[in-house]
Design a protein. Structure first.
Lengths: 149, 472
């Protein structure tokens, strides 16, 4: 993994690796040739809580940018994740069927959700946040959350 | 017995004996034919004995978790002989209860194998070879179902069991391989898991419990079972069962190629078939749907005054559905015109956690929407947010409601969690009477109880769930 940006507030530290792009809702997208690997950001997994169940659109599903791609149930809440890139789901992490809590353990690695065969990664990428911009958003959201405490 | 009776019923399972009792209530003179004990599969080798085992298995699991609830139970272990005795005691009690009811209603129980020899005559051959013919104004066919035998080589090997054999064991196998991830297979998987077996489940369809419940609950159940250590393969076909060092080897094939699993015992539970082979139906041209007897909405066959009910007519093979059939057919035989209404027949699965469903699943509602029927909204509530669940220490699962958009009419209710099989009664009532989510939400549910989760799920229809926050 390349360089990792970090933001710390109170006792929380949120990591943002610089090798990928981010949907503002907290979904990362990592280009691997024509394919894009997708997962939850560290901030999203930490702020959502322990994952109890994850349901990802099945292999073969065609998704447009922003379509509902996965539902994650945690002990605290349900989150519906948007696809950060349009295309066809070609792989779903098999760990989601046996230990979706891997999302909490390793959100940027083994906790990936799916791989999408992108239709037009270049133009979708322009709609995503780069690591610095996402870090700024995390800061903003985290500070907002802290105010509620 | 050559006297004319009003109704002759072939089979004293939940469909047949209920039809007998109801017809007698309405004044009929009834002969009930049964080759084994009354109560059929359900009472003798089905619902009742499995639930007796399930209950003991659950108690064992609870006892082992008792520390968490502040109770010290130093050594909780199964005692197979007394477990089997408890199970048999329950079965025997219930069988004699049914026998007593039949006597009280003056129903003639004829023991032996029944067969239609004319559309109005049933010939009964007893175990000792005695033959009697019963002439009846109406004949109700209620022969039930038999364990399906898939064409898998090796089914006859020692150690391969059907559900009937799996009910009666002298030793808990180290490993159990369950062929079939439907209701029967999974209930036994959970029983044997609690007793100490390492369990592997092989299911042909892509999800467990196909056609029984909402896919999303079936997927959640698979995750819960896997987390507990059960091995589950879906989308695989069993090719052969063969002898192996540890007992048996089951070879199966799926999208990822061939694989094998070994076990001391193999349970084959791939469903049930209507028991329609040796009843003489073909000779009279009784119309069939494959193995099932074809019936109209009043449960009449194509022959006048010949009726059929329960598992033998196919569809949902459930004791409670057969009992409803029994009541419907009894009324119709006695001159009524009642049509069957299966909208509120619940499916119940006594796994850990339990699953229960009634009405439309999400996928069924979606499929209907395509025909121009109303759209639907799914609302849900997790048991982890229900106080009673927390008290019980059983927080896995959720309630899902499928409601018609606009009216809020409840189209389907799907429950996974503690006492799901009891909780579904409210859902069945809602579907039957056409209740809306608002009706459920404005019915005050006692606190702190499990049914509060139903109220909360119903509140979700108007995004008004109180005790859970959903981030979208």
């Amino acid at each position: 993994m390349s360089e990792i940006l970090e933001f710390t507030i109170d006792k929380f530290t949120f990591k943002v690796p610089t090798d990928r792009y981010y949907h503002r809702e907290g979904v990362w997208a990592l280009a691997e040739g024509d394919r894009v690997r997708i997962g939850l950001s560290d901030f999203l997994q930490q702020s959502s809580g322990d994952v109890a169940f994850a349901e990802v659109e099945s292999e073969g599903s065609d998704l447009a940018f922003g379509d509902e791609m996965a539902t994650i149930e945690t002990m605290k809440t349900d989150i519906v994740l948007p696809a950060p890139v349009g295309g066809t789901v070609v792989e779903v992490n098999p760990a989601m069927e046996s230990e979706p809590e891997v999302i909490n353990r390793d959100p940027y690695g083994e906790g990936w959700l799916a791989v999408i065969e992108a239709e037009d990664w270049e133009s979708d990428r322009d709609r995503l946040l780069d690591p610095q911009a996402y870090l700024a958003r995390v800061r903003e959201l985290a500070e907002e959350e802290m105010k509620k405490l | 017995m050559n006297d004319l009776c009003d109704v002759a019923i072939l089979g004293a399972g939940p469909g047949g004996y209920v039809a007998a009792l109801r017809a007698a209530q309405l004044g009929a003179n009834v002969a009930l034919v049964e080759k084994e004990r009354v109560g059929g599969t359900c009472l003798n080798v089905g619902c009742i004995p499995t639930k007796a085992l399930t209950t003991s298995a659950e108690l064992l699991v609870k006892a082992r978790q008792a520390d968490g609830l502040g109770v010290s139970i130093p050594e909780a272990a199964p005692n197979l002989p007394s477990l089997m005795a408890h199970k048999q005691g329950v079965v025997d009690n219930l069988v004699s209860g049914v026998e007593q009811l039949l006597r009280k209603r003056q129903i003639t129980l004829v023991e032996g194998e029944g067969r239609l020899v004319r559309p109005d005559t049933v010939r009964v051959t007893s175990a000792t070879g005695n033959v009697v013919e019963i002439l009846a104004r109406h004949v109700i066919l209620a022969p039930g179902s038999v364990t399906a035998r898939p064409p898998i080589p090796g089914l006859d090997l020692s150690g391969v069991m059907t559900s009937t054999e799996a009910l009666d064991i002298a030793k808990v196998p180290e490993q159990l391989v369950v062929v079939g991830g439907g209701v029967i297979g999974l209930e036994f998987a959970c029983i044997y898991e609690a007793l100490g077996s390492q369990v592997t489940v092989l299911e042909m369809m892509p999800t467990l419990l196909p056609g029984v419940t909402d896919d999303s609950l079936a997927k959640r159940l698979a995750l819960i079972l896997r987390r507990r250590g059960m091995v589950i393969h879906t989308g695989v076909t069993v090719e052969v069962i063969e002898p192996a060092k540890s007992g048996l080897r089951v070879i199966f094939a799926g999208a990822k190629g061939k694989d094998a699993v070994e076990g001391e015992r193999v349970l084959v539970a791939v469903g049930r078939w209507p028991n329609t082979d040796d009843l003489g139906l073909a000779e009279f041209g009784v119309k069939m749907n494959g193995r099932a007897i074809a019936v109209d909405e009043h449960l009449g066959t194509n022959l006048p005054n010949v009726w059929a009910i329960g598992d033998a007519v196919g569809g949902m093979m459930l004791a409670h559905k057969a009992m409803v059939d029994g009541r419907v057919v009894a009324e119709n035989v006695m001159g009524g015109k009642r049509a069957v209404d299966y909208r509120s027949v619940p499916s119940v699965v006594f796994t850990r956690p339990e699953i229960a469903s009634v009405g439309l699943t999400e996928a069924e509602a979606r499929a209907r929407g395509a025909d121009g029927l109303p759209q639907f909204k799914v609302t849900k509530f997790p048991f982890s947010a229900n106080p009673r669940s927390q008290i019980l220490g059983e927080t896995e699962g959720q309630i899902r409601l499928v409601c018609e958009v606009g009216s809020g009419r409840v189209l389907g209710v799907h429950v996974m969690g503690p006492h799901a099989t009891d909780l579904i009664a409210e859902g069945a009532l809602a579907v039957q009477v056409g209740a809306t989510a608002d009706d459920l939400a404005w019915t005050t549910h006692a606190h702190p109880t499990l049914p509060e989760a139903m109220l909360e799920a119903a509140l979700g229809f108007r995004d008004a769930t109180i005790h859970f926050h959903s981030k979208r």
